[in-house]
Write a protein that binds this ligand. Structure first.
Ligand SMILES: Cc1ncc(COP(=O)(O)O)c(C=O)c1O
Length: 416
């Protein structure tokens, strides 16, 4: 038995699948094969139970009450913050801000850090494979400030050209914003190295970790990231909540984002004294059950053997790539040496939407389109791909169903 087969055979995927009730569903009368994990991951029982339990036994508003339930909800909410801190290995829970998701986190930094740091003629550096969430907020900021957006190009494999990235880090660059893993191509960027390059020139770096947290342990202190953002729903937690990690001295130097309740220490009409970090950035009633659910997702993820999970995911990806590339007329877009979780592909003469629609009839959920990464698509001279994206609960049999159904797509199109 090859090493790959032995990894695929020994990983307890059947047992893990039982934790995710939705995976037992049928779609169009066929067993669901969920390969749209890069868009959003499914939820295990502990997350569902934690949210249910929160609503049935713990709910009230946080930070404001002296009564039992308010104190309990506050305790659960703040416990979740500490779980996130440990999950990212941040130095303090003060560095963990609850936001709506990766998108809001990037908007917050672009709006606020940008407001105090960016001046006309300054530069913001991103890369060509960013998600629109890590492009548009910087574009808007640059337009408002008369600054310039610089873009480090990628090569034909979908890897950032590091010499170019380094060259584009100039005396004018005020921040670099880079994805950890590309949602469109699966490229794992060497972010630690890229951060080192930026720091050598005293440039802070925001890392968009939306696609990284479900696939690899993240250590913000080891990376030395200045900001790191992710969304709970991609790491098996609830929707509507996400994280902005920021080094405390940076967060402290930034004025508030939104204002209202909770982000203040005192208000008189003449002057408001803002709360300390992280509460300064959490105006209004937060997504309390979201935080509780995210905490449960982190506990769940921590309960897995990550060495085995990563080995399995890599083996599954390799197996899927080998099987898929064998299909005549199919081309994988994104062939970086280091990839995680994603296979993007195009098929000669068949629109990705048609692939997606036919696979759906087979119970297979993939995503088709530009994946909110139109510049990356443009780089490859295409407007869309079909994308299968994997989590550790996907099985070898599901990959085989995918391959079998892609063959069917081909057969259908041969006859039209
Ligand atoms: C790399 C990347 N960044 C940012 C986002 C935005 O995440 P959200 O929509 O949860 O804010 C996504 C979502 O697909 C993503 O893949």
């Amino acid at each position: 038995m090859s090493k790959l087969e032995s990894i695929l055979d020994t990983f307890p995927v059947d047992k893990i699948r039982l934790d995710f009730p939705i995976l037992a569903s049928k779609v169009h009368g066929k067993p669901l094969v969920y390969l749209d994990n890069a868009a959003s991951a499914q939820k295990p029982w502990p997350v569902i139970d934690a949210v249910r339990n929160y609503y049935t036994a713990q709910h009230s508003n946080v930070h404001r009450g002296v009564h039992y339930l308010s104190e309990l909800a506050t305790q659960k909410y703040e416990e979740a913050r500490v779980k996130v801190q440990k999950f990212l290995n941040a130095g303090s829970e003060r560095e963990i801000v609850f936001v709506r998701g990766a998108t809001e986190a990037i908007n917050l930094v672009a709006a606020i850090y940008g407001k105090i740091k960016i001046k006309p003629g300054d530069e913001v550096l991103i890369t060509e494979i960013e998600h629109h969430s890590n492009i548009v907020p910087w574009q808007i900021l640059c337009e408002e400030k008369g600054a310039n957006l610089r873009v480090a190009p990628i090569d034909e494999n979908g890897e950032v050209i590091l010499d170019e990235f380094n060259r584009l880090l100039s005396g004018k660059t005020k921040i670099a914003a880079i994805g950890h893993i590309s949602n469109a191509l699966g490229t794992v960027n060497p972010v630690k190295h890229m951060i080192e390059m930026a720091h050598r020139k005293n440039i802070p770096v925001l890392v968009d970790g939306a696609q990284a947290v479900p696939h690899l342990p993240v250590n913000v202190r080891d990376l030395d990231a200045d900001f790191y953002v992710f969304s709970s729903h991609k790491v098996f937690g609830p929707t509507g909540i996400g994280i902005l990690y920021g080094k405390s001295q940076l967060l402290e130097s930034m004025p508030p984002y939104q204002s209202g309740g909770d982000m203040i220490k005192s208000v008189v009409f003449e002057k408001t004294i803002f709360n300390d970090i992280p509460h300064k950035f959490e105006a209004g009633t937060p997504h309390i059950e979201g935080a509780v659910g995210l905490g449960a997702a982190i506990d769940y993820v921590n309960s897995l053997d990550w060495k085995c999970v990563q080995e399995y995911e890599q083996a599954l990806l390799q197996f899927a790539e080998e099987e898929i590339t064998a299909i005549d007329g199919l081309k994988i877009i994104g062939t970086a040496k280091e990839k995680a979780g994603v296979i993007s592909f195009v098929m000669e003469g068949i629109h990705p939407h048609d692939i997606g629609t036919i696979l759906d009839r087979e119970g297979i959920a993939i995503r088709t389109g530009h994946h909110c990464a139109q510049p990356a698509m443009k780089r490859f001279g295409i407007s869309a791909t079909a994308r299968a994206s994997f989590a550790f609960y996907n099985s070898r049999e599901e990959v085989q169903s995918l391959v079998h159904s892609i063959q069917k797509v081909k057969e259908i199109f041969v006859h039209v």
